[in-house]
Each structure stands twice: as C-alpha cells, then as structure tokens.
Design a protein around this ligand. Structure first.
Ligand SMILES: *[C@@H]1O[C@H](CO)[C@@H](O)[C@H](O)[C@H]1NC(C)=O
Ligand SMILES: *[C@@H]1O[C@H](CO)[C@@H](O)[C@H](O)[C@H]1NC(C)=O
Ligand SMILES: *[C@@H]1O[C@H](CO)[C@@H](O)[C@H](O)[C@H]1NC(C)=O
Ligand SMILES: *[C@@H]1O[C@H](CO)[C@@H](O)[C@H](O)[C@H]1NC(C)=O
Ligand SMILES: *[C@@H]1O[C@H](CO)[C@@H](O)[C@H](O)[C@H]1NC(C)=O
Length: 489
C-alpha cells in the first residue's frame, strides 16, 4: 500500500517536472528513475527532498608536484562523497593526474591528504585529466552540455529541477581569477555567467559551491546575485591569501619523505569535519562556522577568513542534501564547538612552491644532479617573482607617476563592490602586459587587482602597451615567463 501511494506521488511530481526541462535529454532523465524509486521506497525520514539526485563537480586547477595539495584535496573530496552514497555517474572529477605517478612522489600510486591519512587516490574517476581540463569543458560539464565537450569522459551534470549540485574547486587564484593547469585562467564574470545560465535552464533545486584559492571571496563579492539558489563559501575574503596545511616544517611533522604541502587549510577543515559527523544532522551553517573557526585559529598568525555568499538562507539545509552521509557516522552527535585539533603552521599558498623547492634542494645530496636541478628551479621561481613584481610597479609609475602609481595599484574597492567594472578591459590588460613582459603564471595572479585598477582608472590599451614596453625590454628566458601555454586571459 505504501509502495503504491509513493508510486502515485512520484508519477504526479514527474508529470509536472518534465515540461520544464528545456533542452535536456528526457530519455536519460527517465532512465534515472528506478534508483530514485528505490531511494523513495526506502523511506529515509531525514531526506526532505526525496526525488532529487546529488551531483558533484570536483576540480583541481593546478598541476605539478609542488601543487600536490590541490589534487590531494579533490581526491579526498571524492572519497567523502562516495562514502556518503553518491554514485560515480554523478561525480565529475577534473584533476591533471600527474601526482600519483610523479617521480617526486615518495609513495608511487598513492596520494594522501593528511600526514597520517590513507590513500585518497584509489578509485577516483579520471573524467577530465591533463590537457582535457579546460574552461570550456568545465563550463560544459556544469551546464550539462555534452555537445560542447572536447575530450574527457563525456560525463556532465545532467541534472533535473529537483537535483542538488555540489561544486568544489581547489587551486591558486587571485583577485577575480581562478587558476587552470593550462591555457587561460577562469575569470569571475565568466563563471558567474555560467551559474546564471545553469539557473535559467531550471536544472537544479539548489547549488552549493565550496571554493579554495587566494582572494577567493573576490570571485563572488558584488558578483553573485541572490535568487539563483546558490550558496557559496570561500577559503578567503576578497583581499587575502588562502593557506596550505600539512606542510614540511609542520608539527607533528610530515612523514620525512614528503617535501610538499599535503592539503589546504579551508579544504582540509571542511573535509575533516564532514568525515566525522552524521551529515543528516549538520547544517551548512554549522559547518561554515566550524570551518571558519579552524581556518582562522588564534593559535597562529596566519590563516584566512572564510566567507559566505549568495542565498544565505540555504545554510539551514543539511549537508546530507549535497554530500550524503557515511553510515558509519550515524551515531555521531553534533557539537557546536570544534573538536578537531588546530593546524600548526599554515603556509601562504603563494609561498608553498618555494617551500617545496627549498626542501627539495636542501634534502638532495651535495653535488647531485637533483640538487642542481632543485637549485635552478628555486632561482627561476624567485627571479620570476622579482621580474613580475618589479614590472607591475614600474608600469604603475609610468602610468600614474612615482607618487600616485603605487597608491592606484594597491587601492581596494569598498566591500561588496566587484573588482572591476569592465572585465573585457581586465582581460585585455592581462594580454597586453604578457605580450611585453611574459606570462604572469601562477604567482602573477596576485597582481590582478593592480591590472583591474588600471582599467578602473580609465587607461586605454595603447597607453598600457607603451608603459609595458618601457617596463619590459624583453621577455625573460625563464620557464615561468614563457608564453608557450598561451595568454592567461
Ligand atoms: C551546447 O553547446 C553547443 C556547442 O558549444 C552550443 O551550440 C549549444 O547551443 C549548447 N546547448 C545549450 C542547450 O546551451
Ligand atoms: C582526453 O580525452 C580524450 C577523449 O576522451 C581521450 O582519448 C584522451 O586520452 C584524454 N587525454 C588525457 C591526457 O587524458
Ligand atoms: C548506532 O547505534 C545503534 C544502537 O546502539 C547500533 O545498533 C548501530 O550499530 C550503531 N551504528 C553505528 C554505525 O555505529
Ligand atoms: C539528529 O537530529 C535529530 C533532530 O534534529 C535528533 O533527534 C537526533 O538525536 C540527532 N542524531 C544524532 C546522532 O545526533
Ligand atoms: C574557535 O572555537 C573555539 C572553541 O569553541 C573558541 O574558543 C575560539 O575563540 C574560536 N576561534 C575563533 C577564531 O572564532
């Protein structure tokens, strides 16, 4: 009898929902039903949205062993969602996949996200790896547009109006931008446009976006409108770095064979929290507070200020709607205060690569080829930084004068305002700078605010080109400055 009633309710809801599914593959929607019927029949009383499917998009925007932690974070997130009950067909993973098999990896085929943690690499789907990680594919996956894909597994978020979507992104970033392993960076305006399109297509009930990167608040601040049923939290506010954790020099120490950070502070904080609780009983808001607390702990000077954006009312929902829950935690009771230990020595994301190279250098045997290689890598990284910092400063002085230049470049708009009014201008400034001075690369993302301020001050392309040509006589022959991967915008 109960089965019959459930079936009738299900049928009625579907006949309402199908006409509103514009342009989607109705057949695949219909094929999804049997599992939903089972979920429905199982009568899980905590599930207040019985017809929805949980989808997740997990993306690490970097590559290289020095950025171990971003892919480790993403692998770890995958394991949590799988234990929570999400299916592989609903989890789409973007990771460059150069860590487990890296010659620098002391445990071949294994990735860990905690000094005492288990392997998180096993079983992770390789949907979009290597050069298949592109902005185009990331956006096509979010929009559920299979025909727009180029390469990769072909999995997309083929969601319907009752579904819940979780997006988690871990990488370097800068004001208004997020890194990608190759090709251009993601600019905030383009990401927000995709989220608006996704909302307009009526293909989700609500979407939660967890974002780890430096200046991650700038991706949503003044840009993410309310009313899209999107709730976002970010590792940092719009004007500060985010932090790596479980780094060399940490205490308790990493296993001695590791010389790179294993995780990021905000990321590890939300994941270690999700791992110990019954997620039917923990709300997004409760997790936000715990993660905020652990990411900006008083025990250390460093650390960032976790922020929330979008439809804040959604934070009353349980994490279960997005992440499922590990049945092993069914009896764990929730407490408002953090029970997890403080982190010991967070490392500014922008310095984590230098820390890695320094450790690689100092551990290598005296006079070995490995030591020489590490030394060269370290010097290249440092001289690239000096070149970029110096060039930007000089351009500011050429454009605005010795006194005013630094002030204009450093200006921060009031909270709640987007970084720049004209995003096309910002992208043009990036290309103009790089034409004369070489690639900004991952470190150079930090100067995005200066380039935005140049736009906000009304500087035209020709003036920027002249100032850049004056500041940079040539592009340095440094691997970081090379434009072989194309412009950053
Ligand atoms: C999907 O992408 C293709 C190729 O970019 C585009 O022509 C098409 O309009 C997109 N479909 C939808 C529904 O947006
Ligand atoms: C990229 O995607 C294509 C098509 O699915 C696949 O054949 C290729 O192996 C992928 N490349 C990498 C490096 O994963
Ligand atoms: C939770 O507690 C109940 C009752 O004590 C017990 O039967 C069940 O095995 C426990 N579940 C877990 C996952 O520990
Ligand atoms: C979960 O929350 C419900 C009420 O919201 C409560 O009755 C139940 O005891 C909680 N379970 C645990 C394991 O904390
Ligand atoms: C974090 O929580 C602890 C214990 O609940 C509290 O003592 C501490 O002040 C909080 N720290 C911050 C930064 O909110």
């Amino acid at each position: 009898m109960i089965r019959l009633v459930a079936g009738v309710i299900l049928f009625n809801l579907l006949s309402v929902s199908i006409p509103s599914v514009y342009g989607r593959n109705l057949v695949s929607h219909a094929l999804k039903l049997p599992s939903e019927v089972t979920e429905f029949m199982d009568g899980n009383s905590e599930n207040d949205d019985k017809l929805g499917t949980r989808w997740a998009v997990l993306i690490a925007g970097s590559n290289g062993y020095m950025n171990y932690r971003h892919q480790a974070d993403v692998c770890h997130a995958y394991q949590i969602l799988r234990k929570g009950g999400l299916k592989d067909e609903n989890i789409i993973v973007f990771m460059y996949d150069d860590i487990a098999s890296s010659e620098d990896n002391p445990r071949p085929g294994v990735i860990i996200n905690n000094p005492r943690g288990d392997d998180v690499y096993k079983g992770v789907p390789k949907d979009y790896t290597g050069p298949n990680i592109t902005i185009n594919n990331f956006f096509a996956v979010l929009l559920g547009n299979k025909t727009a894909l180029t390469g990769g597994s072909g999995k997309v978020v083929n969601s319907g109006p009752h579904d819940h979507i979780f997006v988690y992104y871990a990488d370097h970033g800068g004001p208004g931008i997020l890194g990608m392993p190759t090709g251009p960076f993601i600019f905030a305006d383009d990401l927000i446009d995709v989220l608006k399109k996704k909302h307009a297509s009526g293909t989700y009930k609500s979407l939660v976006f967890y974002l780890e990167s430096c200046e991650s608040g700038s991706i949503f601040e003044g840009l993410l409108p309310k009313g899209l049923n999107i709730y976002a939290t970010t590792a940092a506010n719009a004007v500060e770095n985010s932090y790596g954790t479980y780094c060399p020099d940490d205490s308790p120490p990493l296993p001695p064979e590791y010389n790179t950070c294993l995780g990021d502070l905000y990321s590890v904080a939300w994941m270690e929290d999700s791992e110990i609780h019954n997620l039917r009983n923990e709300t997004l808001e409760q997790q936000y507070n715990l993660v905020k607390n652990r990411t900006a702990d008083k025990n250390y000077e460093e650390g960032s200020h976790v922020q929330q954006y979008g439809d804040l009312g959604l934070d009353k929902e349980h994490l279960f709607l997005y992440m499922g829950t590990n049945p092993g935690n069914d009896n764990s009771s929730f407490r408002e205060e953090n029970t997890l230990p403080s982190f010991s020595t967070p490392v500014n994301q922008r310095d984590a690569d230098l820390l890695h190279l320094w450790h690689k250098f100092s551990k290598a045997p005296e006079g070995s080829p490995r030591k020489l290689a590490a030394q060269k890598q370290f010097i290249d990284a440092v001289s690239h930084r000096m070149h970029i910092d110096h060039s930007i400063k000089l351009i500011g002085k050429f454009l605005f004068g010795i006194e005013e230049g630094p002030k204009v470049l450093k200006a921060v708009r009031p909270a709640g305002q987007p970084l720049v009014d004209d995003w096309d201008c910002l992208k043009m400034m990036v290309r103009t700078f790089e034409t004369h001075c070489g690639s900004l690369s991952q470190y150079g993302m930090k100067h995005m605010r200066s380039l935005a301020n140049i736009c906000n001050a009304g500087i035209k392309e020709q003036q920027m080109a002249e100032a850049s040509a004056q500041a940079c006589v040539r592009i340095p022959s440094n691997p970081w400055s090379s434009l072989q991967n194309g412009f950053s915008a």
